[in-house]
Each structure stands twice: as structure tokens, then as C-alpha cells.
Unconditional design. Structure first.
Length: 210
């Protein structure tokens, strides 16, 4: 079983790289951020509070019921809700087994798994065969998210809002005590500020293939 761990801050390109690597090696892919987003969205929809442990734990217990293709999961307000529930250790604990089980027994009988998130290389799969921590300047990441949502026609103030939201989320994700965002000691660091998707993919392949 081969496990590839991709971690990094919001909109650094984790999901894009993880999907490309999974397709290339024919491995299963798990977007672990979607699990936290599902918990955050469920709390909001139930009228609960995302910083309330009981509300968040109740939602985490029912994460399997959430449709992971719901477009509402991808919004920045769901991202903020995800980052709040993700700071609660009991929520992380509930999602841990599912993620480890995915890595140990990838669905579809695949020979490997690619997981992307914040703590895959540090907490979920510390024994992963390959660990990549991808970063990019926050302005570049905000620009990418902005283009993803609004295309070329977005208003400048929309960009500023996204930039502020990403900064706030980075801050919360890096400074929480439960599984903070940080590179594993044995992770390869990949700065993608000036690299397009294909260049990042080729660089990752060369790191993995040694
Ligand atoms: O796609 P983006 O990078 O914006 O975010 P995401 O990967 O969907 O994650 C949403 C939020 O979930 C993050 O801001 C983290 O707070 C949390 N998360 C986490 O704590 N641990 C993970 N393994 C994945 C996500
Ligand atoms: O999963 P994460 O939030 O880290 O990022 P993503 O969803 O993979 O990428 C965020 C956006 O940046 C997407 O629209 C990607 O197409 C784009 N992107 C890019 O323009 N250049 C890169 N090197 C990586 C991603």
C-alpha cells in the first residue's frame, strides 16, 4: 500500500495536485478538507454554533450523511465554518478513523491512496511513503480562489474579501493547538507561487519517483 500525503494552506493547489497524482498512479483520492467542510455546513444548517463542541460533535457523527458534491461545501463561508469546527479536538478524533481507514484500505481495491489536507503527514499518516507540503504566497492563493469563483470578471473588492478570509483561516489553522497546519519534518516543501499546475505536478512526480 502506497500513501501520498499532500498538506498545505488554503487554495495552495493541494486538491488539484492530489487529483492529478491519484489519476496518474491509479490511486484513490481523499479530500479531507471536504469532511471538515461537511461538518461545518451541517452545524450551520442545523442552526448550531461552529465553536460549540456539542453542536460540532453531533454533526461530525453524521458526516457520512452529507452529500460531498453539494456546491455549498465549496464556498468561503463554509471554509470558515470548517476551520472553526476543525479546531475542536473531539471533531478531529471522530474524523481520524475514517481517514486512516481510507489510507489503509483505499476504496476500489486501489494499490495506494492520496490524501490532501492540513495534518496528513503529521497526524493522520505519519508513516506515509511520500509527503509534500505545498505553499504559495497568500496573495497568489487569493488570486487563484478569486479566479476560480468569479473568472476574469470579478470586482477588486471581491478579491480583497477573499484575501482577508484566507489570511484569517491560515491564522486559525496554524495557531490552533489540535493538529496545527505545519510541514512534517520529513515533508518535501514545494512553493508553487510562480508555478502552474503542470509544473507543480511534474515537480511532485520527480520528488515521488526520487
Ligand atoms: O480547499 P481549502 O484549502 O480552502 O480548504 P479545505 O482543505 O477544504 O479545508 C477547509 C478547512 O478544514 C481548513 O481551513 C482546515 O481548518 C480544516 N482542515 C483540517 O483542519 N484538517 C484537514 N486535514 C483538512 C482540512
Ligand atoms: O485544494 P486547495 O484549496 O489547496 O487548492 P485547489 O482547489 O487545488 O486550487 C485552487 C485554485 O488554484 C484552483 O482553481 C486551481 O486550478 C488553481 N491553481 C493554480 O492556478 N495554479 C496552481 N499551481 C495550483 C492551483
Amino acid at each position: 500500500m502506497t500513501v501520498i500525503a499532500i498538506d498545505g494552506p488554503a487554495a495552495s493547489g493541494k486538491g488539484t495536485l492530489a487529483r492529478k497524482l491519484a489519476a496518474h498512479f491509479d490511486y484513490a483520492h481523499l479530500d479531507t478538507g471536504a469532511l471538515y467542510r461537511a461538518v461545518g455546513l451541517s452545524v450551520l444548517r442545523a442552526g448550531g454554533r461552529t465553536d460549540n463542541e456539542a453542536d460540532a460533535v453531533a454533526a461530525a457523527g453524521k458526516v457520512a450523511e452529507v452529500d460531498l458534491t453539494d456546491p455549498e461545501l465549496r464556498t468561503e463561508s463554509t471554509g470558515a465554518a470548517a476551520s472553526k469546527v476543525a479546531a475542536i479536538p473531539a471533531v478531529r478524533q471522530i474524523l481520524l478513523d475514517y481517514q486512516r481507514d481510507f489510507a489503509a484500505h483505499p476504496p476500489g481495491g486501489k494499490a495506494g491512496a492520496v490524501l490532501d489536507g492540513r495534518d496528513i503527514g503529521t497526524v493522520i499518516c505519519p508513516e506515509a511513503d511520500h509527503k509534500i507540503f505545498i505553499t504559495a504566497d497568500v496573495e497568489t492563493r487569493a488570486k487563484r480562489r478569486f479566479l476560480e469563483i468569479f473568472g476574469e470578471d470579478g470586482a477588486p473588492d471581491e478579491y480583497e474579501i477573499i484575501l482577508a478570509e484566507l489570511r484569517e483561516r491560515d491564522e486559525r489553522d496554524m495557531n490552533r493547538s489540535a493538529a496545527p497546519l505545519k510541514p512534517a519534518e520529513d515533508a518535501h516543501l514545494l512553493d508553487t507561487t510562480n508555478s502552474d499546475i503542470e509544473a507543480v505536478f511534474q515537480k511532485a512526480l520527480s520528488l515521488i519517483n526520487g
